[in-house]
Design a protein around this ligand. Structure first.
Ligand code: ATP
Length: 331
């Protein structure tokens, strides 16, 4: 029996969480979910969108599945997502991007993985207002953080039968900061002679990704480029409703979809649970439940191939109809 924290989020979070929990239960896998609410709905009662009990639960269970959580803008709260990553030192953001059967997109056979450094770069939050008309934002890159993310990418490649890890920088312009990231990659790569190495500049990568994304396998990037490129790659496979993600550290891992809480379709039984379900499938692999991961993935793929689709993918099935169809295909 696995103990896993479930943050069911707000907006469409509760609907898609219910769908995923139901599918996993019907697959036969026994999970003891530790339900933890967070986000806009708990601010009034607990004074913060991320109460300590949520962090304690993840630290105890080591693994969490997280639906989207809204951080209210302009009320002085730090982003729940950023705080979770910081407090749990979830240094690797992992976004596998693979075509789904039945979801028609511009390209076929896209199967790549974006590994984004999660803690540094221009996202370290070191900014200063020099004067009324000038602001500085400082890009922080350290060898320690760069080597650990590159090592993560190579280890992921080995564990998942991948052939190549390509490092993405703008080291021709930012010779010191991106240069250090590139140098860290080269150092780490020496320990992985069986994985192909490749270096590319981020602008060239973007052009090639929209020309032919099948040229790429595992990509490892500093924080800012990783953020932008991973949304680009989500678009290649059908958009937000199907884009999965995970934030992983040495001790804990939080699996979550890329999309936000979609307040515009909240409570309408319209949301696509696929991104959260794919995140949960990756989570099952992480806890070594490969057979259940495959069983659920097969059921999802079969359901999509049969033409069951929610509105975001151009279909007219509700969240619950889509969920029931997946459960039927588990048998
Ligand atoms: P945030 O700032 O939290 O990312 P956002 O509004 O910018 O919020 P999303 O909440 O991800 O971004 O929503 C963007 C659009 O995509 C919305 O129109 C939303 O309805 C749609 N969308 C996002 N996720 C899903 C989903 N799982 N199923 C269907 N539509 C979705």
């Amino acid at each position: 029996m696995h103990n896993i924290t479930l943050i069911n989020g707000d907006g469409i979070g509760p609907e898609i969480s219910e769908s995923v929990v139901k599918i996993i239960k019907e697959s036969g896998l026994d999970i003891n979910w530790d339900f933890q609410s967070a986000g806009a709905d708990v601010i009034e009662s607990e004074g913060t969108p991320l109460p300590q009990r949520v962090l304690d639960s993840i630290k105890t269970n080591k693994v969490a599945l997280k639906a989207p959580v809204t951080t209210p803008i302009g009320k002085g709260f730090r982003s729940v997502n950023v705080q979770l990553r910081k407090d749990l030192d979830l240094y690797a953001n992992l976004r596998p991007c693979k075509n789904l059967p039945g979801v028609k997109t511009k390209f076929e056979n896209v199967d790549l993985v974006v590994v984004r450094e999660n803690t540094q770069d221009l996202y370290a939050g070191v900014e200063e207002q020099i004067d009324e008309n000038t602001a500085h934002s400082i890009k922080i890159i350290t060898r320690e953080a760069s080597e650990r993310i590159c090592r993560f990418a190579f280890d992921y490649a080995i564990k998942n039968g991948r052939q190549e890890v390509c490092v993405v920088t703008k080291a021709n312009i930012m010779k010191l900061s991106d240069g250090l990231f590139l140098d860290s990659y080269r150092n780490v790569a020496k320990d992985y002679p069986d994985i192909k190495q490749r270096e590319i500049l981020v602008d060239n990568l973007c052009m090639q990704l929209v020309q032919d994304p099948t040229r790429f396998d595992v990509l490892v990037l500093p924080n800012l480029y990783g953020d932008i490129v991973s949304d680009l790659t989500a678009g290649l496979i059908g958009g937000l409703g199907v884009a999965q993600g995970a934030n992983i550290g040495f001790d804990c891992a939080v699996f979550e979809p890329v999309h936000g809480s979609a307040p515009d379709i909240k409570g309408q039984n319209k949301a696509n649970p696929t991104a959260l379900l794919l995140s949960a499938i990756e989570m099952l692999k992480y806890i070594n439940e490969y057979d259940y991961a495959k069983k659920i993935e097969n059921a999802l793929f079969k359901t999509l191939s049969e033409g069951f689709k929610t509105a975001d993918l151009g279909g007219n099935h509700s969240t619950s109809e889509f969920t029931d169809a997946i459960i039927k295909n588990l048998l």
